[in-house]
Design a protein around this ligand. Sequence first.
Ligand code: GLA
Length: 442
Amino acid sequence: MKLLPVISLLALTSATSALDNGLMRTPPMGWMSWERFRCNIDCENDPKNCISENLFRDMADRLAEDGWKEMGYDHVMIDDCWSSMLRDKDGRLQPDPQRFPGGIAKLARYLHDRGLKLGIYGDLGTHTCGGYPGTTLDKIDTDAQTFASWGVDFLKLDGCYSNEEEQQKGYPLMSKALNATGRPIGYSCSWPAYRGGLPPSVNYTLLGEICNLWRNYDDIQDSWDSVQDITDWFFDNQEILQPEAGPGRWNDPDMLIIGNFGLSVDQSRSQMALWAIMAAPLIMSNNLRTLSSEARAILQNGAAIAINQDPMGVQGRRLLQERSQIEVYWRPLSQSASALVFLSRRQDMPYRYHTSLAKLNYTAGSYEAYDVFTGKTLSGLSAATEFTVSINPSGVVMWYVYPKMHYEHPQDDGRYPYFRQKYRMSSSLRFHKPRVVPPSLL
Ligand code: GLA
């Protein structure tokens, strides 16, 4: 009898606890098929580009061999159109037998052998958006178990062909079902994108408890217009969205389209910079087999990635929209550092923007700024120092800003602490010894 309150307390705790799969403490990184390869199933005429096991193996090879994995891009994510039109005799999803003759489990092993993870796509509803079999409420457990049995590491659960009530039930149920498999599976919920992305229709507190990331808004397309539209929506709604992100729970403005056809080099830098400020998942959808060296350099920029992956996991904000069509974005980072992005929405010529850190709310002190895309360091900045940045049309200047150090730090290896080890940095980020750190940072 005495045990009863304890038991009900336990039941309550497990029913209300956050999604505790320990995954995605920083935004996930990797590659996903949709934006670039869509629902191309014509393997007869377009064997290199159709949705098939060969495409995912090819991309896995590129991630493993071209330096992507080392930078953190470790997921290969299958999007829509992978499955057979029919479930098997036991009601389980199965891959299209012509396009995935080896099956998903074998593909997962191929990736795991290379230190990569496999993501798959499902849809809560009668059909996927592309018309393939969906996961209705009665199929949630079966599908979670099937994915786990294949060794899948991540699920994007889309929301075509379901109504509000089904989504209200289904997204939490899939979260439970994935946890119940015992396999850690990252969980991306498209739920908010189907409910307008904003409260009261969307409950971000609940989403944070059941999903690792969520699509809030429309699909990205291969154009600068689309990047701008998404950016505007996320920052126009930053009061609502920004506080919802954190380690293990991320807003997802959709895939990186850098390396495709729609963005110039400047616009590609802009997408990378803004996605880093947003603490967005860095999920590329491009053709890694034919990527230009410029696109690769932007996507593998160590400082931009380090900013995106900052362990504090605080999403950034838009600080200013100037009449000159310059916008300033800011994100606080670990070790009292921060990132600044100056974006030009102009269409004429490089714009010389004058400001100071004090005007951008920085407190008094001395700072240094590492320019993420030129690799140059600006030292001797006080908060009051007036400076000028030249920003290309639809381009950015991106800075990693850190307090100038005043005291010797015995363990310091000559780099600002946060950038140690993990990311390949330009040597200009190395400080002149002796290393110095203010006591507040020790
Ligand atoms: C929806 C999603 C996209 C993609 C397609 C697949 O539109 O938002 O990201 O998964 O479905 O059909």
